[in-house]
Design a protein around this ligand. Structure first.
Ligand SMILES: Cc1cc2nc3c(=O)[nH]c(=O)nc-3n(C[C@H](O)[C@H](O)[C@H](O)COP(=O)(O)O)c2cc1C
Length: 260
């Protein structure tokens, strides 16, 4: 093994932190490592907001599906998929005039550009996670930042082409968190395919979900007539209130982004 693989394999999400700040120098090391992440066309289509204001953190703890540990995280970084900076620069650089002279309409960022910016922002975020982990910190993603777009837009003064794609909480893990077991993963044969996509057969699904099916069978009092992990996931995640809110919020942001 080598130290990079050790860091990757040891990592788990950390949701409770020691009550000590992350020193500025450590935060700066994380940021500098993050800025070295690969980025499409070397354009750095993301921005990172360091959320310092305790009130803003309290708001996030509520708007991100009631997750109080966000407010207690010593370091909170918001990753934005950001085309605004480049689009502002295009305008500043006279690209509108250029387009007119060439008889073309001014191109605005579209959905494809948003996807590319999301790739950049998420790759940067995971680089930050691994850098932090290597420095003895723990981190947790907050995907619920995609909910309540209007609130986050107003809170952080986000322009049209800057979308919050993930929030990261960092801090020194408590002893209890360090001792947590790793969460399970699906076996690679259900996830990694050769040359072409492989739709799983009922038998493969049965194998894939056998550990969770067995765990579920040991649990009494399953809610709402739920019979298997598929139904559990469908009710508790896919159709849950937070998923519905995420869909509403992202739709609104897409409308703003595409000017509809
Ligand atoms: C895109 C994304 C969104 C996530 N959102 C949340 C979240 O809102 N709250 C939370 O506690 N964990 C969140 N997580 C952490 C996952 O729950 C965690 O990665 C998963 O359960 C696997 O556990 P591990 O990271 O400890 O291996 C998120 C992870 C990802 C990648």
């Amino acid at each position: 093994m080598n130290p990079v693989l050790d860091t990757i394999l040891y990592r788990r999400s950390i949701r409770a932190y020691e009550e000590r700040p992350v020193p500025d120098g450590v935060r700066e090391q994380i940021i500098q490592a993050t800025l070295r992440a690969p980025t499409a066309g070397n354009m750095m289509l993301y921005s990172i907001l360091h959320v310092r204001d305790p009130q803003a953190k309290e708001t996030l703890a509520r708007t991100c599906d009631e997750q109080p540990f966000i407010a207690r995280a010593p370091l909170v970084l918001l990753f934005l998929a950001d085309y605004q900076r480049w689009f502002d620069y295009y305008l500043l650089s006279g690209c509108e005039d250029l387009s007119e002279r060439q008889g073309q309409p001014l191109q605005h960022p579209e959905e494809g550009d948003l996807f590319l910016a999301c790739c950049d922002a998420l790759i940067a975020a995971q680089t930050a996670v691994l850098a932090a982990e290597s420095l003895g910190l723990g981190a947790c993603y907050i995907g619920d930042i995609m909910e309540n777009y209007e609130v986050h837009r107003d809170l952080f003064h986000l322009p049209r082409y800057a979308f919050p794609i993930c929030l990261l909480c960092f801090g020194y893990p408590t002893q209890q968190q360090k001792e947590l077991p790793h969460t399970p993963r699906f076996d690679s044969r259900f996830v990694v395919f050769e040359d072409r996509y492989h739709s799983l057969s009922p038998h493969e699904f049965e194998e894939m979900f056998r550990p969770s099916t067995e765990a579920m069978q040991r649990t009494r009092n399953l809610p709402d007539g739920i019979e298997n992990p598929g139904q559990w996931n469908y009710r508790r995640k896919f159709t849950a209130a937070f998923s519905r809110e995420m869909r509403r919020s992202v739709r609104l942001m897409l409308e703003a982004w595409s000017g509809r």
